[in-house]
Design a protein around this ligand. Structure first.
Ligand SMILES: Nc1ncnc2c1ncn2[C@@H]1O[C@H](COP(=O)(O)OP(=O)(O)OP(=O)(O)O)[C@@H](O)[C@H]1O
Length: 262
């Protein structure tokens, strides 16, 4: 059972997981996790290595479908709709619930094409001018426009690591997502690039529901308003970030945030 902090105010849930377990073959990596993800906050998933944070994150946009041995039990809803239901179009789902990975992974295409690709395949642009506007707006929102506006035809892979990660965030934004999942988005970045991504998360907060997996408790404390602590496949404790870090209820959470393991 997850301990949910009693003073957590009710907010509108963008996503809702109920009794979710995830298996790789016979191995249970996530055990009976239930959580409501609010629409207007950043939620951080923290916990020691191997506790299942990434596995659970990937179940929220069916990224685990790409792993043959992976199996999800329980229900996960987006705006009340079962994302594992037969009516769910997975391509649409992954546009609505975008993802940013640990290692920036721009397409080996131009900066422009990296952003334009999604809106094109999803039919979101009404002609070239509209597409140009989406590209500019997405890069602006991702805080990258000024750095790349004169080199849109350069390859996305020629950018610095931090710029590539902002490009990947711009790419996720371009298809107008409702939720953005970030799996340790700063782990391959230096402190300055990390600070820029954290500033960007603060700017995007409120516009999208954001979930970030992070190994850094400082980062979770800086960027999130809600924190869930995972341990050995279970979600141990969930609450306001300030409460999780200053008034943890469970011993395992206390041990983790005081650095006793992890
Ligand atoms: N593709 C896979 N096939 C089999 N087992 C996997 C796979 N991916 C993850 N696991 C196992 O599932 C468990 C949870 O892994 P997961 O990567 O979700 O944890 P995590 O908390 O995100 O770890 P980290 O912080 O180190 O990234 C681990 O025991 C891991 O070995």
């Amino acid at each position: 059972m997850t301990v949910v902090h009693p003073n957590l105010e009710q907010t509108e849930a963008k996503m809702r997981a109920r009794s979710v377990s995830v298996y790789y073959g016979d191995k249970k990596a996530i055990d009976d996790v239930s959580i409501e993800i609010p629409s207007e906050f950043v939620t951080a998933f923290i916990g020691p290595s191997g506790c299942g944070k990434s596995t659970f994150l990937r179940s929220l946009n069916r990224m685990n479908d790409t792993i043959p041995s992976a199996r999800v039990e329980g229900t996960i809803e987006l705006d009340g709709e079962d994302i594992y239901g037969s009516g769910m179009d997975v391509v649409q789902l992954r546009a609505r619930v975008g993802m940013v990975f640990q290692k920036p992974n721009p397409f080996p295409k131009s900066i422009y094409e990296n952003i334009a690709y999604g809106p094109k395949i999803h039919g979101l642009a009404d002609g070239k001018d509209d597409l140009d506007e989406i590209v500019e707006r997405s890069l602006q929102r991702a805080g990258l426009w000024n750095e790349v506006k004169d080199r849109l035809s350069d390859s996305g892979t020629a950018l610095s690591g931090g710029q590539q990660q902002r490009l990947c965030i711009a790419r996720a934004i371009a298809v107008d997502p409702e939720v953005i999942l970030m799996d340790e988005p700063c782990s391959a970045l230096d402190p300055i690039a990390t600070a820029k991504i954290e500033e960007l998360i603060a700017e995007l907060n409120g516009r999208y529901a954001i979930i970030i997996v992070t190994h850094s408790m400082q980062q979770a404390a800086r960027v999130s308003q809600r924190t869930a602590f995972f341990h050995l496949g279970k979600m141990v404790e969930y609450g306001r970030t300030s409460d999780i870090f200053t008034n943890p209820i469970e011993e395992r959470t206390k041990d983790y945030i005081t650095g006793r393991y992890g």
